[in-house]
Design a binder for this molecule. Structure first.
Ligand code: NAP
Length: 265
């Protein structure tokens, strides 16, 4: 496979002009920052979330920045995933350049305290949604007329133990392996597959746990950079991996963690 033509065009390597991009969970937190940055780099963005009012408000803001569209869906549900991918295909005339699997949720407690339904919900939301969306978007990505790319938002909890509860860590860890397998399977189709693994990031998902001053202090004590990430710092890694600038990077999981993972004793 030949190198992309933008290899010799420094301006285009750092832009996503016209890239048809599907971001799950784009209305809040890290997903919102990803949509903002994708639009800033020139991408056309389609997003989805469950809350229609918040989605409508975001779309109003984004339309002043660029080409943004979205529909409500719950990607933990198979029928919603089928419908949202159909809507993406309609919107982008059967082609897709970038898929960002960002949706994730958590309930944290000791393993024996979970109800089976809670574990199933974490698996459906974090793992099954991303696996199924990759499968459903494959044909659209193969029709991309540029190097297509998938980026999933994982977590350091998929790479080491953190106090997030076992099911969450298991889903994120399984997605590391999905990333590696698809990177190899899909390279002949011109599709790169990567992931990012954030540590604590200032979003609604972790507002509750970080509002406990003792817990926050313990988190910071384990973080060499001594602060929580901003959503834009995670989004920047996701957008980089989607760009022509990352044209030879595939199967990689990039930690965005202020040094947490390399912090031995
Ligand atoms: N924040 C952190 O410290 C942190 C650290 C490591 C990894 N992560 C990962 O980063 C990703 C984003 O997390 P975040 O902190 O930005 O979360 P967040 O603040 O809770 O935002 C999640 C976004 O996804 C949407 N969403 C949630 N469940 C959905 C579903 N079933 N179907 C469709 N949309 C759904 C939400 O909108 P609706 O509620 O309207 O659906 C929202 O737009 C997740 O995969 C998370 O595991 C986060």
């Amino acid at each position: 496979m030949s190198a992309p033509t933008s290899r010799r065009d420094p301006e285009r390597r750092w832009r996503l002009d016209g890239a048809r991009t599907f971001v799950t969970g784009g209305t809040k937190g890290i997903g919102r920052a990803i949509v903002d940055m994708m639009l800033d780099r020139g991408a056309r963005v389609f997003t989805t979330a469950r809350d229609g009012e918040v989605l409508a408000a975001r779309l109003d803001e984004w339309r002043t920045l660029g080409d943004a569209h979205g529909v409500t869906s719950d990607v933990s549900r198979d029928e919603d995933r089928a419908a949202v991918v159909e809507a993406v295909a309609d919107h982008f005339d059967g082609e897709l350049d970038v898929l960002i699997n960002n949706v994730g949720t958590n309930v944290r407690k000791p393993l024996v305290d979970y109800e089976g339904s809670e574990i199933a919900h974490i698996f459906d939301t974090n793992l099954h949604s991303a696996v199924d969306l990759c499968r459903r978007c494959f044909d659209l990505l193969t029709r991309s007329d540029r190097a297509a790319s998938v980026v999933s938002v994982l977590s350091v909890a998929g790479l080491t133990h953190v106090r997030s509860g076992a099911p969450y860590g298991m889903t994120k860890s399984a997605l590391v392996q999905l990333t590696r397998n698809l990177a190899v399977e899909w390279a002949p189709h011109g599709i790169r597959v990567n992931a990012v693994a954030p540590w604590y990031t200032r979003t609604p998902l972790v507002e509750g746990v970080l509002s406990d001053p003792e817990y926050r202090a313990e988190v910071l004590a384990r973080t060499p950079m001594d602060r929580i990430a901003e959503p834009e710092e995670v989004a920047a890694a996701v957008v980089f991996l989607s760009m022509p600038a990352a044209s030879y990077v595939t199967g990689h999981c990039l930690a965005v963690d202020g040094g947490f993972l390399i912090n031995g004793y």
